[in-house]
Design a protein around this ligand. Sequence first.
Ligand code: KG4
Ligand code: ZN
Length: 337
Amino acid sequence: MKILGIESSCDETAAAVVEDGRRVLSNVIASSLEEHKLYGGVVPEIASRRHAESISGVVEEALENANCTMDDIDAIAVTYAPGLIGSLLVGVNFAKGLSVATGTPLVPVHHLRGHIASNYISTDIEPPFLCLVVSGGHSHIVAVKSYTDFEVMGKTRDDAAGEALDKAGRTMGLAYPGGVSIDKLSPQGDDTAYAFPRPRISGAEFDYSFSGLKTAVINIMHNANQKGEQINVADLAASFQRAVVDCLLSNFEAAAKKHNYKQLVIAGGVSANSRLRADAQAMCRKHGWSLHVPELKYCGDNAAMIAAQGYYEYCDGVAANPGINAYATMPLDNLTY
Ligand code: KG4
Ligand code: ZN
């Protein structure tokens, strides 16, 4: 079964064709990242305009690269939540039009379920497993009970890990996205140079909080600037990255232990982080657990992961109603369409 995936929740316009949820036949991504770099973050209005300009060409290219026409496509899977509303609407409306024009069923896909599914195209993992989903907007610990049955066990109370890395990077004067810059710079720094706290949420074992860590970096930079002191940015980046990764993994480890998961998975843009991948690997080795991570090219936003999840949702009978809308927020374990 061939699924055409369409993704436009942030600044990547993406389309892909995936067979049976696992085999990627094509994967096309047009990104407006370079333009957003000028502003130090994604500008929603610019992202929406670029989606509108690129989407038909990107979808056409994905079909061509897969050697397909719409006649070969069994269903269209589209990201409908969560994300930037103007961006999401471009993908959803395009997919709706294509579905009506070609008589192809339309399947709405939650973006974070898509990130989790990036592991289906990169590895042979099958549910049940425990997944740490870390992206620019979300930090979740998710019990993946089946391909379409999820339970969020922990999540951030404020900033997502990616958002904290991006803001910290910007404060340190590093290029956007800060998460990528901090990852690149950290090996040159001493990760014990700065003592960051390891925030915990009382009464909610597996929830996160990253805004305090972010503020700590901002304070260090501002204090140094006011006193005219030089900061070793590599040391600061390495120490901050270590603190973020320690926080992410300590709750993930505790959740796996408590709920007896032995298959662990990471997903989302931040799952490309080399320290997170290495430390997660070491943690799993210590406990005799298996760790699955997406290939680097499927960590960031792409449509292959949406097509992969779309396949399982379609097989489970999920179909969009004709009035399907896009939503800026939506819990991944309790969908409304
Ligand atoms: O999943 P994603 O591409 O988009 C969202 O759904 O948000 O995640 C983007 C986030 C950004 O915060 C970016 O800084 C972070 O992923 N990111 C990284 C790395 N690559 C991307 N963070 C740390 N290390 C990386 N190598
Ligand atoms: Zn994403």
